[in-house]
Ligand binder design. Structure first.
Ligand code: 13P
Length: 255
């Protein structure tokens, strides 16, 4: 891959201020691996504190609203994330698509709002177990990508370094059931074709991350696979000990 691998921790709804100590330890580990780009997406409540506590890693949100401000109780806008110290946001995570009824059209609108606010975007796609068992994984993910990709204009015409896709098969999230490397390669190729169809040659350079039960044991094989530009990690990003091992799998210790 032309880019540094991007290893991102999604803390989901986990973490109180006591966990900033883990973020500091992850930050120190990231500093020893400059050939790896590292990010952490904590709950909204920790974004500001984390952004002030770290230097080597990017801090991101896990979702944003499409509007910049307004009467949307409980929501947070991309501009607010930026103001709190975030530099990226995850949109379209399957836990939001399934648990909050988010459609491809909404995910696309969120991605565009985030880019307009100056944030980078990690846009998640992935098939369910039934869809995979029914032989529809490529069709489903291809359709999700087509319908949720932001227009390049939202990033002033250049998405380079501003957009990554995370392929996260729903059945692999939090289950300990990681996808086969061969299947990951096929799915990433499908995503790449859609990126090329949407953006042309610049679409070749956008990162595609894999997510779903990534851990220290399987990270080396996954990250070495063709077309895998990094990982989106849930459970194994919650402690510095386990996340550090994944960062180390992505690039050498130069500390
Ligand atoms: P796990 O790594 O816990 O399977 O979660 C993956 C995920 O959903 C990251 O966004």
């Amino acid at each position: 891959m032309p880019n540094r691998p991007f290893i991102v921790g999604n803390w989901k709804m986990n973490g109180t201020r006591a966990m900033l100590a883990e973020a500091r330890a992850i930050d120190r580990a990231a500093a020893r691996h400059p050939s790896v780009a590292v990010g952490l997406a904590p709950p909204f409540t920790l974004i500001n504190g984390m952004a002030e506590a770290v230097q080597a890693i990017a801090v991101g949100g896990q979702d944003c609203h499409v509007a910049a401000s307004g009467a949307f109780t409980g929501d947070v806008s991309a501009a607010m994330l930026d103001d709190a110290g975030a530099s990226f946001v995850i949109v379209g995570h399957s836990e939001r698509r399934a648990g909050h009824g988010e459609t491809d059209a909404l995910v696309k609108a969120k991605a565009e709002a985030a880019l307009k606010a100056g944030l980078s975007v990690i846009l998640c796609v992935g098939e369910t177990a039934d869809e995979r068992d029914g032989g529809k994984a490529e069709a489903v993910v291809g359709r999700q990508v087509d319908a949720s990709l932001p227009a390049a204009e939202a990033a002033n015409g250049s998405l380079a370094g501003k957009l990554a896709i995370a392929y996260e098969p729903v059945w692999a999230i939090g289950t300990g059931r990681v996808a086969q490397v061969d299947d990951v390669v096929i799915m990433h190729r499908t995503v790449r074709e859609r990126l090329f169809a949407a953006y042309g040659e610049p679409g070749e350079r956008l990162r595609i991350l894999y997510g779903g039960s990534v851990n220290a044991g399987n990270a080396i094989d996954l990250l070495a696979a063709e077309g895998v530009g990094g990982a989106l990690v849930g459970g194994a990003s919650l402690t510095a000990e386990s996340f550090r091992a994944i960062i180390a799998a992505a690039g050498p210790d130069e500390g």
